[in-house]
Design a protein around this ligand. Structure first.
Ligand SMILES: NC(=O)c1ccc[n+]([C@@H]2O[C@H](COP(=O)([O-])OP(=O)(O)OC[C@H]3O[C@@H](n4cnc5c(N)ncnc54)[C@H](OP(=O)(O)O)[C@@H]3O)[C@@H](O)[C@H]2O)c1
Length: 459
């Protein structure tokens, strides 16, 4: 089916749509293969802001609904259909007991490229990544599909504004390692290519992409797939690399500086002259936090890290004081360094006992931001500690702003890139590994040997 062309009528089980209106309960039933259905709902939920439905019903039969913000259809059905290349059919199934039927077809027609590229693949959780040659997927054109609900036909359009980028550098994040171990909050179907951020050159743009063109230098964010020579991203997840900013520095901006910006500005609302405690202070996000807190927010930073060498580095990068928490008591040291007052803000990335010590290090009306659990233990918060000093505890999950508050998400990227161009901040790249050394890069971070950001080079 070409985009825009109306869906064809059903012709039995291999048909593209299957009209069974009135077969049971006088209603229309939901028929779709689980695989195609999953694919469809994932697309719909991901692209919900682009979903245009001609008419949106308020309610529908049991187990299905058009959600307020999108389209959601819990599904009970049957066959798997996922035909390559590029045509996803929703096929009819034999048995369904719902009161809704979707008769639909999702056409994904596109140019298959003869080109291929190298990618790091996670084929088994917790195992080393494999380097493979994979074919370049076609960019998706818009998709039309129709569904039939209580006898009415709805025609929907999904807009895809995809861009193919030749990746120069991909940032390695602790989250990539967790994802490849199956321990990250977002799970990916195997096999998948990790990598959530990249810098590179635009190779190809999909229809209606307006913000970038072939040859543009960009930095971007994806859920996965950037640890490869090529990746495909939505146009709105790409930003131009400003003049004078290197591709290495650009690749460091999204997750570490994006998170650091949202933490300091949007969550903790750090004020001029406040004292900020940063744990895992010589890590990628730790050093970005120090850089921004000192050079942009004009705060004082106490960096806490697990070795003297890491403490030394944090001091060199702008921290006023450091605490080696592998051999001293973090709470006592912070109290000592602040003349007994405590820190105004603690940004905590380790978890376990370090979290508790950071919480106890806070001053009156202090704020603690839960950023991560690199040590592997998710702590509990004793509520009495919040009460005693009027402390606020809050979390941060930067990538979630993509869905919940895109302007905030995007502004963190734009401002980080601008600070970098203006020379206000200076990313610290601790190590560059080649794509074929990706497993060494993972081990380097896992074994706590890394400082600052580790990036993967595709060259
Ligand atoms: N919520 C968000 O949006 C967000 C965004 C970015 C990162 N994060 C999280 O923040 C944490 C730090 O991320 P990052 O990218 O900055 O990581 P990183 O550069 O790899 O730093 C992690 C640091 O954690 C410390 N650490 C303590 N115990 C550890 C252990 N058992 N294994 C490994 N490291 C351990 C190490 O520093 P020391 O040796 O000095 O203790 C290590 O250098 C991670 O948990 C990550 O998932 C969250």
């Amino acid at each position: 089916m070409e985009p825009g062309e109306p869906p064809k009528r059903a012709e039995g089980r291999r048909g593209t749509a299957h009209s069974t209106r009135g077969q049971s309960h006088g209603d229309v039933h939901l028929y779709a293969s689980p695989h195609a259905y999953q694919h469809l709902s994932a697309l719909l939920l991901k692209r919900k802001r682009h979903l245009l439905a001609r008419e949106r019903p308020q309610s529908s039969g049991a187990g299905s609904h058009f959600a307020k913000d999108g389209f959601s259809l819990p599904f009970t059905g049957c066959h798997t259909t996922f035909r390559e290349p590029c045509l996803h059919e929703i096929r009819s199934s034999d048995k369904l007991d719902g009161t809704l039927q979707i008769n639909g077809l999702v056409g994904i027609l596109g140019r298959t490229s003869a080109r291929g590229y190298r990618a790091a693949l996670c084929t088994e959780l917790g195992q080393p990544l494999q380097l493979r040659d994979v074919p370049s997927p076609p960019l998706r054109p818009h998709q039309h599909f129709c569904c039939c609900l209580n006898g009415k036909i709805y025609v929907c359009l999904l807009l895809f504004l995809q861009v193919r980028v030749g990746v120069h550098y991909c940032g390695l994040n602790f989250a990539d390692i967790l994802a490849c171990q199956g321990l990250y909050q977002e799970k990916h179907a195997l096999p998948f290519t990790p990598g959530m951020e990249f810098s590179g050159t635009v190779l190809e743009t999909g229809e209606n992409v307006r913000t970038v063109k072939e040859g543009c230098q960009v930095v971007g964010v994806t859920g996965t797939a950037a640890m490869a020579e090529e990746c495909v991203a939505d146009q709105k997840m790409l930003w131009r690399v400003p003049e004078g900013v290197s591709h290495e520095d650009a690749a460091v901006m999204p997750i570490t500086y994006g998170t650091a910006t949202v933490v300091l500005q949007h969550r903790a609302r750090v004020q001029l002259g406040e004292t900020v405690l940063v744990t895992a202070g010589a890590g990628a996000t730790g050093l970005a936090l120090i850089d921004l807190a000192v050079n942009v927010f004009k705060a004082k930073v106490i960096a806490a890290a697990g070795s003297d060498a890491k403490c030394e580095l944090a001091l060199k990068r702008g921290a006023s004081h450091s605490v080696n928490y592998s051999r001293s008591n973090l709470r006592d040291e912070v109290k000592r360094l602040t003349d007994g007052r405590g820190a105004n803000v603690a940004i905590e990335a380790v978890g376990g006992d370090i979290f508790k010590a950071a919480l106890q290090s806070l001053a009156w009306e202090g704020r603690i931001v839960v950023m991560g659990f690199a040590g592997g233990k998710i702590p509990s918060i004793p509520a009495n500690l919040l009460l005693l000093k009027n402390v606020s505890a809050m979390g941060v999950y930067w990538t979630r702003y993509q869905e919940e508050d895109f302007p905030v998400f995007s502004s963190t990227m734009s401002s980080a890139l601008q600070y970098c161009q203006e020379g206000k901040i200076h990313p610290h790249i601790g190590a560059v590994f080649k794509l074929e050394e990706v497993n060494e890069a993972f081990n380097h971070v896992l074994q706590r040997k890394s400082t600052g950001k580790v990036i993967i080079s595709m060259k």
